[in-house]
Design a protein. Structure first.
Length: 163
């Protein structure tokens, strides 16, 4: 495996969960990872609840935007090493064929943007989604990539998605 990896987080709307995962990976994995996010039907804007969670955690917001996964299936797009779906809808969709056969896994997280209730309940849903993604990314970054073969890495990323 290489010493630098590109990771794509997918969610249908690319407005909350995948954006938070992108920001977390780019901060925590800055030396060895570059993260991106995208959606099959991007909303076009980042959800304010996701931005609030990232600001609360002092994560940079620069460059975060809702975009189509088609950007990453085009010639000249970054070569992907890992692709993670973070919503159940995206996991069921037919994804583009990613060049290079990246390791894929489903890290499903309930959609905090779908929560309908008082502001405290909505904020709690975003907090829980962020914390779960952040914890999974920490576990992922702790894997000994240089000593694992692709099949073992696939097994580990699937395990992380179930925790």
């Amino acid at each position: 495996m290489p010493s630098h990896y590109n990771v794509l987080f997918l969610c249908t709307g690319n407005s909350a969960r995948s954006i938070m995962a992108e920001a977390s990976m780019n901060r925590k994995g800055v030396r060895n990872f570059t993260a991106f996010s995208a959606g099959s039907q991007p909303k076009g804007t980042v959800h304010p609840g996701a931005l609030h969670e990232l600001e609360t955690a002092n994560f940079p917001l620069t460059g975060l935007r809702s975009k189509s996964w088609e950007e990453f299936a085009q010639p000249g797009a970054p070569q992907l090493d890992f692709v993670f779906t973070v919503c159940d809808n995206a996991a069921k969709e037919s994804c583009p064929i990613w060049p290079g056969q990246p390791v894929t896994a489903h890290w499903g997280i309930p959609d905090p943007a779908a929560v309908d209730g008082p502001p405290q309940q909505i904020e709690q849903a975003f907090r829980e989604a962020f914390l779960t993604l952040d914890r999974r990314i920490s576990l992922f970054l702790g894997l000994p990539f240089s000593s694992l073969h692709d099949l073992a890495i696939k097994k580990e990323v699937d395990r992380i998605g179930r925790e």
